[in-house]
Design a protein around this ligand. Structure first.
Ligand SMILES: Nc1ncnc2c1ncn2[C@@H]1O[C@H](COP(=O)(O)OP(=O)(O)OP(=O)(O)O)[C@@H](O)[C@H]1O
Length: 541
């Protein structure tokens, strides 16, 4: 392929920063072919002038390129790069090697062509799967799970368990994040809800850690809720089945009474508070941790969590630790904060950052008042109730109130909130999974990360308090390639915040009435309204 064609194929659809990567880019430029003809006759004066000014221009360009290359060489700020998968291969592309190729060394020429093909292949794959990267020397994305064996030398047994679990093709985030983590790089990953982020960090951990290793905890996964931590342990055990890994969940008991000196543990999954308690009160030593994953990382960096997370990060004191952050939402402020603890991290975004899964049909319904919401819910259930359905409310009190109302209607409902003990919460989740209950009324405790197979509809009975909360709540449906539906009730009080949520709908291609889009944008990020109790009695106001 001609160089011009090659670069246009590579850069199509990507924001390639030619200035920053001038040094790399220059390597692929064809030098003008030396003239093979006999000495040309003396140029006409006009031609000579033109050539002279051309030469001056070329000299100026060369100087500019050299300056840019120098800037690029020292530039540690990450930009968009198509030069992925070349951590070691880039070394082969150093100018001195390419000089040899100019002299016609067939081995170097062949190598250069091979590298060009790899660059092109990686760029095409990224474009096809809507993967956007930033960072230096980003490993190439996976074409298939088989490449884990052929290209990355992974344990064929573990790769085999992927197909046993029914995973045939890697999801986009798995295509890119797995090679990054396997190559020992740190990463921020942002991909839609239900798009397989869990496997994207679990698989590399299992590959990198020897099963049954002694000498302390090797990997820590932090999750914001106990339910999510328990689910992650289950997923990890499924994946590792047949290999003797010690995979542990930090339960309340373990955190308070555990004898950590004698504990065998390869992978420890915990909420921040429990882990911090174990470190501070039970002398759990985390200095041997080689991998730290922050799942739902933006939540973990929120106020109320961040100090504890900070303390855990500090306890994981191994200087060569590899950290990674995963979430479906990654606000810039959180990313900036997270960057302070990471080095040379690669950023991976699948699709549009901070947007809802495109598999979910989203609707906004004006219910007027609190009483209007209950009527609208009843009406919607009378028309069709397509279980399993999740209903989100803003507090445990409201969850209990709505539960009473639905029980009155003979709807097989259950409730989950922070007042229930661990077993009761787990039972509520299991009953919905098993189809024993049709409707689960929930607070934010299950809004993030929980993977309920085939939730058909999410109803935001109470308006979510932020766009991120909305994305995670509705992301309990439309998972693993299935379609889903999300209905959000709003009242007069919610109108000021409506536009923020409407933006999410628009960015994932759902229709929003024009009057909503004409509402002013609200600077405040959070919205919480004092609401009248849920009841069939008339509203107090
Ligand atoms: N390669 C794959 N092929 C098919 N299904 C997959 C694949 N990888 C994961 N899954 C399934 O997709 C579902 C969603 O995965 P997962 O829970 O990891 O999503 P997620 O991206 O972490 O979502 P969230 O942002 O809500 O936490 C799970 O049921 C999982 O088993």
């Amino acid at each position: 392929m001609e160089n011009s064609k090659l670069s246009s194929a590579l850069f199509a659809g990507t924001r390639f920063d030619r200035k920053r990567f001038a040094a790399d880019f220059a390597r692929f430029r064809k030098e003008p072919a030396p003239s093979s003809a006999a000495a040309p006759s003396a140029p006409a004066p006009e031609k000579k002038r033109k050539r002279k000014s051309g030469k001056a221009k070329a000299k100026k360009n060369k100087k500019k390129r050299a300056e840019e290359a120098a800037a690029a060489a020292t530039d540690v700020v990450e930009g968009f790069s198509v030069f992925k998968g070349l951590a070691d291969k880039n070394a082969e592309l150093r100018p001195e090697k390419l000089e040899i190729s100019k002299d016609g060394d067939p081995v170097a020429v062949r190598r250069r062509k091979e590298i060009e093909r790899e660059i092109e292949r990686a760029a095409i794959l990224r474009k096809r799967f809507d993967i956007h990267i930033a960072g230096q020397n980003v490993p190439a994305p996976l074409e298939s799970f088989e490449e884990l064996i052929s290209r990355h030398g992974c344990d064929s047994y573990l790769v085999g368990s992927l197909s046993k679990l029914g995973f045939r093709e890697p999801t986009p985030i798995q295509r890119q994040a797995i090679p990054i983590l396997l190559s020992g790089r740190e990463c921020f990953a942002c991909a839609p809800t239900g798009s397989g982020k869990t496997l994207a960090f679990l698989f590399p951990l299992l590959m990198k850690i020897k099963p049954g290793s002694k000498g302390g905890v090797k990997a820590v996964i932090l999750c914001p809720t106990r339910e999510l931590a328990a689910q992650t342990v289950r997923e990890c055990k499924k994946l590792a089945k047949g290999r003797k890994y010690y995979i542990k969940l930090m339960t309340n008991d373990l955190s308070k009474t555990g004898n950590f000196k004698d504990m065998h543990c390869d992978i420890l999954v915990s909420t921040p508070l429990r882990l911090d308690h174990a470190v501070k009160k039970r002398d759990l030593d985390l200095s041997s941790v080689e991998y730290l994953v922050l799942d739902e990382s933006d939540k973990l960096f929120e106020l109320g969590f961040v100090e504890v997370v900070d303390s855990v990060v500090e306890a994981c004191s191994n200087p060569s630790i590899i950290r990674s952050l995963f979430s479906a939402t990654l606000p810039d402020s959180i990313e900036a904060l997270a960057r302070t603890i990471m080095h040379d991290a690669i950023r991976v975004i699948v699709g549009k950052k901070n947007s809802a899964s495109s598999l979910i049909k989203q609707r906004l319904i004006f219910a007027g008042t609190e009483r209007g919401k209950l009527l609208a819910l009843r009406q919607s259930f009378q028309q069709s109730l397509n279980p399993p359905v999740l209903i989100f409310v803003q507090s445990k009190e409201r969850a209990k109130e709505l539960y009473k109302e639905l029980a009155f209607d003979d709807v097989r409902a259950d409730v989950i909130h922070a007042d229930l003990n661990e077993q009761q919460r787990q039972d509520a989740v299991d009953n919905l999974r098993a189809g024993k209950t049709w409707v689960l009324i929930a607070t934010e405790v299950i809004a993030r990360g929980m993977d309920f197979k085939g939730v058909n509809c999410v109803i935001n009975y109470d308006f979510p308090e932020s766009a991120a909360a909305y994305i995670h709540r509705i992301g309990r449906s439309g998972r693993a390639g299935r379609s889903g539906e999300a209905i959000t009730f709003f009242t007069e009080e919610d109108k000021p915040f409506l536009r923020n949520i409407a933006n999410v709908l628009v960015s994932s291609g759902c229709e929003v009435p024009s009057w909503i889009m004409a509402l002013p944008k609200l600077k405040r990020k959070k919205h919480r309204v004092d609401r009248n109790p849920i009841s069939t009695l008339p509203d107090e106001d």
